[in-house]
Design a protein around this ligand. Sequence first.
Ligand SMILES: [Zn+2]
Length: 395
Amino acid sequence: MSVLITNIGELVTNQPERDAGPDPGGPGAFAAMAGAALVIDEGRVAWTGPASRAPAADEMADADGRAVLPGFVDSHAHLVFAGERGAEFAARMAGQPYRAGGIRTTVAATRNASDDQLRANLRRLAAEMLAQGITTFECKSGYGLTVPDEARSVSIAAEFTPEVTYLGAHVVPPEFDGNPGGYVDLVCGEMLDACAPHAQWVDVFCEQGAFGRDEAAAVLAAGQAAGLRPRVHANQLTAGPGVQLAVQVGAASADHCSNLAGADVEALAGSDTVATLLPGVEFSTRHPYPDGRGLLDAGATVALATDCNPGSCFSSSMPLCIALAVREMHLTTREAVWAATAGGARALRRSDVGHLGTGARADLVMIDGPSHAYLAYRPGVPLIAAVWRAGKRVA
Ligand SMILES: [Zn+2]
């Protein structure tokens, strides 16, 4: 069953002159065409081009001049948890600072929750994301922090996404107060053994109050030895060693990047490590935004992600991230949309999503507006008109 979507006002493909056959080449630079059409077949993009030259298909949908984009790729989210921290947010807005230790509140609630409660919460958040155009998402553990609680976290996450990240090294849990080395040993040993079968990625929160450079390096090395690929929570609250470590180990991404030294920007620009910016966090913690413009100007690859989590940013809205990136980090609308689609795909080392070249998975978002710029131009307005995932209309 093939579907032709025609009369597309602007089709964002992120795939300039790279359509060459059934194997997707992966996302390229931002690219878009006006007056376009797209054919979906067998869950893949089978054809894109001018609407006037579109081939016939079994079914037809009329975009009525609206824009169609690749589905958003959210490469950073923490969705396995219980409880909520609305009161902490309100207190923060009333003047209390954000600290990494707030994670412990969610750890306590998560440990007390049943598997079914965790699963139901994740199912609700995954549906919330999909309705807002996120067709691929990464999901981290990190609120269990015991062997069984981390193991069930990655196992439940794997029911919803292939992009599962083991984040046992999120924060040192209370029972290891005064013995962080003992906790790192657990994270690198028994906990890793229990989690690795369900995960693709290993991550560590490299930050004052969480894990220092050597501890973080040990966690990443152990994860890599177990077959997991590294990514790092880096330079969120302080200009620490996280970014340099991420680049040194060849991490797919260094996430946050809110406090960078010049050498950090240079290191990112000279590497394959994607700088993943999470502006919802700065919005929700009232911290200064990362220098997205500076990273792009230096030549770094930038992704945007939600960091949806109950503490520092309880938003699953990629359009909000795009609007913030444009307004607060001085990305152009094209750069922001690219970062939320192709950039996220790069951060997950995926070539089948984040673009709409021939052969890409048919993950599409149609927005109520004639161009991608509407995502920043009309902030806070629900603009997602339709969503397809793997060729199936899902919202
Ligand atoms: Zn995070």
